[in-house]
Design a protein around this ligand. Structure first.
Ligand code: PXG
Length: 285
């Protein structure tokens, strides 16, 4: 069925949802976005996603085309217009139409697209058996080049790492920062478990401040499991008992092999499984 897409100030048919070749979102990757789940007709962690969107925009001096409440309302209307019960929202704000120069302030109006649709999930087998990853040689953006907390339309850094993963016959790559500390995966945050304690890199190591990450940290602490945010090195990933990734698309997914080293006993571990179940229950509550 054809989708209804929110384009700037209204819902339009999918075939009319087109943007200009002069939009700086296309010309320079100048813009920000969010990926948000809908579970049982409820928009998951809606406020947190919208706050992150507005902070990303603020960081790049992008004037939002609507205020906070108006964008929330437009998002809800798009979900309703497409009868989304369990699905995915992609919300994109571009710098808008300008000329063929970098100056973002010549773009008069930011562009807004909201797509509410189905989600492409990893096959169930990945959750049952766990996934294999590699360490990427492509480093995460240096924080002085582009703050990694900005969820910008510039994903080339992560795409380079994703290509390394695919070339190696796996689906995900772990990205390290300029100091050699673990930052994140190409579209997910990283967690390991050692002797019953969960460790995850601090956001300052170069990751996106993941919303799934924050939920999982909270759920783990509610379970009485210690969560320690500290820098991790490759050795920590090679010697951990359990390893999992979190993200909007993946939710909680176990990693069972990194750079040819088997994690734990080669299957998603018990704490990973428990957190995945807790996450599922929380999301569908
Ligand atoms: N790091 C990066 C670089 C991301 O892009 C995450 C971590 C996890 O954050 P959340 O807030 O989702 O828990 C992301 C999120 C996609 C896709 O199409 C990627 C994300 C979100 C939605 C869809 O690959 N990345």
């Amino acid at each position: 069925m054809a989708l209804k897409i929110w384009l700037n100030d209204r819902l339009v048919d999918e075939k009319e949802a087109k943007i200009s070749v002069f939009d700086h979102g296309l010309l320079y990757g100048d813009g920000v976005f969010e990926g948000i789940r809908v579970y049982s007709s409820k928009i998951f962690e809606f406020k947190a996603h919208m706050e992150r969107l507005f902070e990303s925009a603020r960081a790049i001096r992008l004037s939002m085309p609507m205020d906070f409440d108006e964008i929330c309302e437009a998002t809800r209307k798009t979900v309703e217009a497409n009868d989304i019960v369990d699905g995915y929202i992609r919300l994109i704000v571009t710098r808008g139409i300008g000329d063929l120069g970098l100056n973002p302030f010549l773009c008069k109006n930011a562009g807004l697209c909201i797509i509410a649709s189905d989600i492409q999930l990893y096959p169930e087998e990945f959750y049952v058996k766990g996934m294999k990853v590699i360490s990427a040689t492509t480093h995460r953006n240096h924080p002085l080049a582009l703050p990694p907390q900005i969820k910008s339309l510039n994903y080339l850094n992560n795409i380079m790492a994703k290509i390394e993963a695919i070339d190696a016959g796996v689906v995900e790559a772990i990205m390290y920062n300029h100091l050699g500390y673990v930052a994140e995966a190409t579209g997910d945050n990283v967690f390991i478990i050692k002797n019953g304690t969960i460790y995850t890199p601090p956001v300052q190591a170069g990751s996106l401040d993941g919303i799934t990450r924050a939920v999982v940290i909270r759920l783990a602490r509610e379970e009485g499991i210690k969560v320690n945010e500290r820098n991790l090195v490759r050795f920590d990933l090679y010697t951990c008992d359990e390893f999992f990734l979190t993200g909007t698309a993946a939710e909680v997914i176990g990693v069972v092999e990194i750079d040819g080293r088997i994690v734990g006993d080669g299957k998603p571990g018990p704490i990973t499984k428990r957190l995945r179940e807790k996450f599922y229950a929380y999301a569908h509550a």
